[in-house]
Write a protein that binds this ligand. Structure first.
Ligand code: DX5
Ligand code: ZN
Length: 218
């Protein structure tokens, strides 16, 4: 399974956002990861649908993954779909019925995905595997970029890969050249990297190096 690399815009330079969206696109990364935080589900605020629209305007061909760290993501599905989200990721810990909301995401023409926090057991997503295309296993406590990778989450990746070989399995939080290898060996095929990629002077070289390391690890 080819590994996809997704820069997280949370780590971009907000004073030069359009330029950083283009820098991420031209790095050869597969898609852009957009972190939406509501200051309730997580203790931080980030940005909203206007930034998703900005990404679509600046680089229309750059695929947009939208990660909703929100207590009530169900109230915003149409808004983010309309803004240009192509995958919408909602947390299994959110205060809504995923049996209802995942089909709603698909009906909006968007790929549905489920996310689980580090402390959430893997079994919590089993009822939804048939309703989504992707599972995101958080490898930090959501809310901030630049945290350390929690390796204890990797057995959940391995369990999911064995149970659902066809699903995309994403890892998000603390991904760098070393932890990427660990994640891919556990079975992940999509890697979000925020601070590691945006701090590089040459993001394209870093994306290529990550890809090469992941290919060697498979
Ligand atoms: C954390 C976010 C992550 C974050 C990753 O709440 O979901 O996507 O941007 O940032 P790094 O790669 O710096 O850990
Ligand atoms: Zn994220």
């Amino acid at each position: 399974m080819a590994v996809q690399i997704l820069p997280s815009l949370l780590a971009a330079d907000y004073g030069a956002l359009a330029a950083d969206i283009t820098r991420a696109y031209r790095s050869g990364a597969d898609a852009l990861h957009l972190d939406i935080m509501d200051a309730h589900f997580v203790p931080n605020l980030s940005f909203g649908p206007d930034i998703v629209k900005l990404c679509r305007r600046v680089e229309p061909a750059f695929y947009r993954h939208v990660h909703l760290m929100m207590t009530r993501p169900d109230l915003y599905l149409e808004v983010f779909a309309k803004a240009g989200a192509q995958t919408i990721q909602i947390h299994v810990e959110a205060d809504c019925d995923l049996h209802v909301e995942l089909p709603r995401i698909r009906a909006l023409g968007v790929r549905p995905a489920v996310v689980l926090n580090p402390e959430t057991p893997v079994e919590a997503v089993y009822p939804y595997l048939a309703l989504c295309d992707e599972v995101l296993v958080m490898t930090v406590h959501p809310g901030y970029g630049g945290q350390s990778f929690i390796s204890d989450c990797l057995p959940k990746v391995a369990t999911l890969r064995a149970r659902a070989p066809h699903l995309d399995i994403m890892v998000d939080g603390g991904v760098n050249a070393q932890t990427a290898i660990d994640a891919v060996r556990a079975g992940a095929n999509q890697l979000v990297a925020g601070s590691f990629l945006f701090k590089q002077a040459d993001m394209a070289a870093a994306v290529s190096a990550l890809r090469a390391a992941c290919a060697a690890a498979c």
